[in-house]
Design a protein around this ligand. Sequence first.
Ligand code: PLP
Length: 357
Amino acid sequence: MKDLSIHLTSESKVSKVDFHNLPFGKIITDHMFEIDFDGKQWVNPRISPVEKMSIHPMNMSLHDGQSIFEGMKASRSKDGTPLLFRPELHAKRMNASAKRMCMPEMPEELFVEAIHAIVGLEQEWIPKIEGSALYIRPLMFATDEMVGVKASDTYKMIIICLPVGPYYPKPIKLLVEHHYIRAAQGGVGEAKTAGNYAAALYPSKLAREKGYDQILWLDAIHHKFVQEVGTMNIFFVFKNEIVTPDTSGTILKGITRASALEILRGDGHVVNERELSIDEILTRYQAGDLVEVFGTGTAALVANVEEIKYNDITLTLPNNTWQISTSIRDEINGMRFGTIADKRGWTVPVKEVAVTV
Ligand SMILES: Cc1ncc(COP(=O)(O)O)c(C=O)c1O
């Protein structure tokens, strides 16, 4: 990357980390990547030790929420090579979010190069334990200092990295939410923007108080068609077809979802992306036609669902072999950890940047 300046920490924290006991999202690596948008172009790329950022009280992202992010993972193949998973798709989605939130897009090569640079430098932090990974969080936010609703002219993009263990160690329970909604047609549900997550916090808290891990969102108009789950897309495996809701503007286009679809179709399964109503799910469950439900997302990869609660009805998923979700998990993990051949070319070895001290 042209003009990348690197300033290294004098003392790495990596040797103090217990990689066998990693809470999700709490441990950060030594360095972060930063780049600024000056109103015309991206300038001043740099990697430096992680430190607190000072924010002006009029910072526009705090007031109006121009803030978008990505979530991706680096793993280490069995021969030790650090690998990224489909980084170009994250670059594209970051730009799609940026466009919707009236923020500057970033050349895809620049985004991907920045990921390589920071992960290459922090590769000692990639856990060696299967199921664990280095979570990568690119975040872009407005930096103009002004109170008033308009798009900021200037922005900052940072990339931080966090070693993480498994997200859901066991099957999860979902509560179908029929009052609150996550996203409406024409809104920002398809963007990975901070406000979507803030809006979900209160209903998610209520669901947790009732003993559920996540909410299964319904559509905003009819409160009838299933959408997605917390930070995952959702798949329903029926005897003769696998269904996931089509991403019609209200659902985040998950990269794990896209990968799962390709794997399932490649394996010869009938997979349909279509509207799926909660009534259809209930009817087919009662007829014994629903075999498996699972969520897909970068953090969890694949999370098995053991229970869905809809009003007074509890759908208990048969405690089966989770055949379909296991096949997806095994295939993606196999690629990520280099235990199976990556015939699709989804994993990319990290290119290290030369560090001149
Ligand atoms: C709302 C939402 N849906 C779905 C997903 C799954 O997307 P991906 O598979 O790209 O991680 C995520 C996670 O990024 C998410 O935040």
